[in-house]
Design a protein around this ligand. Structure first.
Ligand code: MG
Length: 382
């Protein structure tokens, strides 16, 4: 069998690292043609030595110098220009692009990969939040394909195999509720960065961990599901499920529901996106059916998680609102991580940006970039 040629954008992050673990488990199935990172040159050097990709891109110039010094003579072409991410996303020899970039930086590579007719294993949900309408146009126009890597969306995708879109009654997206699910609003006013970074079930990068704590992540995921599965918001519901064992549920018009479950690991959705429609062995923990397993569900408390509510309002409003929401959130999360604003100020920054940014809506990359830039500038001043 021919090997699948993979490009991994964001290879030094949590998703990228787990994807490379999969490659290591199945060297006969996968070949890494390109990897990229922002500035983690030591990890990237190690990956270049182990996987010998044709290209390795590092965004930060000073980190690139360290990288080149560390690895010395190599057959890997080192690129230190973040504008070239889109070129890696559309490499002729690539079969599939795993987009594990964080935030808006992943948007253009998704667009370019789809324009080149590539399969995109999408871990960068922000691409769909910002430009879902444009992405769906490109999927119709070119031969590209989008495969979800987000665990909830992979669960839904797996539940939908063999089903028809017209038979879907509802998508139930599960949410762990993060570390503050049982906290009172009063307790939430003094949340520290360390507390917010301590997720009960999932080990992930800083941005998505904070998004999980505010439940903005679930809001972004509802928007992601809306574009990915072409369903109206009225057919998508988020439900708290603290154990993170059921990754999502689809209810059909005959009242039957299908769920996908397993211990929380991103390796399963990553692998499914890489091998779809096939499945191959994976060394991950299985559910232990000799133990009692409790599965609990409860509704989302909108008052406790205003970021979730803001996300739903933004997609209802449509136009540029989701792009504004996303940019404002990225800046607010970074400022919280820098200890510049408090946890409860995150939704305040987003809300103000949503009310103040007014740009004519245009379904184009330059227009989304402009909205993103303007929002970031404003979000830094609130
Ligand atoms: Mg998710």
């Amino acid at each position: 069998m021919d090997k699948t040629n993979i490009v991994i954008l964001g290879s030094t992050g949590s998703i990228g690292g787990q994807a490379l673990d999969i490659v290591r488990e199945h060297p006969d199935r996968f070949n890494v043609v390109a990897i990229s990172c922002n500035g983690s040159w030591e990890v990237l050097a190690d990956q270049i030595n182990k996987f010998k990709p044709s290209y390795a891109l590092i965004c930060k110039k000073e980190a690139a110098e360290n990288l080149e010094e560390r690895i010395g003579e190599t057959e890997t072409e080192i690129i230190s220009d973040s504008d070239k991410l889109s070129e890696l996303a559309s490499l002729p020899e690539a079969d599939i692009i795993l987009n594990a970039l964080v935030g808006f930086s992943g948007f253009e590579p998704t667009i370019e990969a789809l324009k080149a007719g590539k399969k995109v294993a999408l871990a960068n949900k922000e691409s769909l939040v910002v430009g879902g309408a444009l992405i769906n146009d490109l999927l119709l126009e070119y031969s590209g394909q989008l495969l979800p890597v987000d665990s909830e969306h992979s669960a839904i995708f797996q539940c939908l195999v063999g089903e028809q879109e017209k038979d879907i009654e509802k998508l139930i997206i599960t949410a762990s509720g993060g570390p503050f699910r049982t906290w009172t609003r009063e307790q939430m006013s003094s949340i520290t960065v360390e507390q917010a970074l301590d997720h009960p079930n999932w080990s992930m990068g800083a941005k998505i961990t904070i998004d999980s704590a505010t439940m903005m992540n679930k809001g972004l995921e509802v928007i992601e599901a809306h574009w990915l599965f072409n369903l109206p918001l009225s057919k998508i519901k988020a439900v708290i499920h603290p154990q993170s064992i059921i990754h999502s549920v689809v209810t059909f018009v005959d009242g039957s529901s299908k769920a996908q479950l397993g211990p929380p690991t991103m390796k399963v959705p990553i692998l499914y996106a890489l091998t779809y429609p096939n499945r191959i062995n994976l060394e991950v923990e299985r559910l232990d059916w000799d133990q009692a397993i409790n599965l609990n569900f409860e509704p989302v408390d909108y008052e406790k998680f205003p970021c979730f509510k803001l996300a739903l309002e933004a997609i209802k409003e449509g136009g540029n609102a989701p792009a504004v929401l996303n940019a404002a959130n990225e800046v607010a999360v970074q400022r919280f991580l820098n200890n510049e604003i408090s946890y409860i100020q995150i939704p305040t920054v987003i809300e103000k940006c949503l009310s103040k940014i007014e740009e004519p809506f245009e379904k184009s990359v330059p227009s989304f970039k402009q909205v993103d830039t303007k929002t970031r500038m404003l979000a830094l001043t609130i």
